[in-house]
Write a protein that binds this ligand. Structure first.
Ligand SMILES: Nc1ccn([C@H]2C[C@H](O)[C@@H](COP(=O)(O)OP(=O)(O)OP(=O)(O)O)O2)c(=O)n1
Length: 173
C-alpha cells in the first residue's frame, strides 16, 4: 500500500521488523538514550530527560504495518472504522494495566519487568493502529502533529498559562 504522499518507504524494507529496527538503532539508542534505558529498566530518573530512539520513524511504522497487512490479505478488514475500533480496544488494554493501582509515579518504579513489557506491547498496538488509521484516512501524521503543536502553542502561550492546567476557554483575555 502506498502512502498518502505516494513516497516509497526505505531503510527497513524487506527485513524482519524486530531484527532490523533493533539492529539499526541499538548502538544509537544506547548512546542517545542513556537515561531512557535506565528508566525502562526501572531506575529512577536522573537529571536527563527520557528520550526515544530515533528509529523507527512514523513512516517506517506505516510501511512495516502495510507490509504486514498486505502479506496477510488483511486490507479488506482494515477500513478506517475497523482500525478506529481496534485502536480504542487497545487503549482499553492499556487502561487495564493501570486500573486499580491508584496514582502511578513517572518511570513506573513499582512495576515489574513483565508489566513494563506488557505496557510496551499495548502502547505499541495503539500506535500501530493509530498510524494505519491515519494512513487510511490520508492524514500525513508527522506533518499533522507539527501543525497541531503550532496551534497548541498559539492557544496556550507559555507566558500566559505557565503553571496552570486550565483549558484555553477558561482564560478571559
Ligand atoms: N486484524 C489484525 C489483527 C492484529 N493486528 C496486529 C496489530 C496489533 O499490533 C496486533 C493486535 O493483535 P491482537 O488483536 O491479537 O491483540 P493483542 O496483541 O493485544 O492480543 P490480546 O488481545 O490477546 O492482548 O496485531 C492487525 O494489524 N490486524
Amino acid at each position: 500500500m502506498m502512502a498518502a504522499n505516494g513516497k516509497d518507504g526505505c531503510g527497513l524494507k524487506g527485513d524482519e521488523p524486530s531484527a532490523s529496527v533493533n539492529g539499526s538503532s541499538k548502538s544509537r539508542s544506547l548512546v542517545v538514550n542513556g537515561a531512557a534505558s535506565e528508566l525502562q529498566n526501572g531506575g529512577t530518573s536522573g537529571p536527563e530527560r527520557f528520550t526515544f530512539s530515533p528509529e523507527p520513524t512514523m513512516e517506517d511504522i506505516r510501511r512495516m504495518q502495510a507490509e504486514f497487512t498486505d502479506e496477510r490479505d488483511w486490507n479488506q478488514f482494515h477500513q478506517p472504522r475497523n482500525l478506529l475500533l481496534a485502536m480504542v480496544g487497545e487503549v482499553g488494554e492499556v487502561s487495564e494495566l493501570f486500573q486499580w493501582r491508584g496514582e502511578v509515579a513517572e518511570g513506573l518504579p513499582d512495576w515489574t519487568e513483565s508489566e513494563r513489557e506488557q505496557l510496551a506491547h499495548e502502547l505499541s498496538d495503539v500506535m500501530i493502529y493509530l498510524v494505519e488509521l491515519a494512513e487510511k484516512c490520508r492524514v500525513d501524521l508527522p506533518r499533522a502533529v507539527l501543525r497541531k503543536m503550532a496551534l497548541n502553542r498559539l492557544k496556550y502561550p507559555a507566558s500566559k498559562v505557565h503553571g496552570s492546567a486550565k483549558k484555553y476557554t477558561e482564560y478571559k483575555d
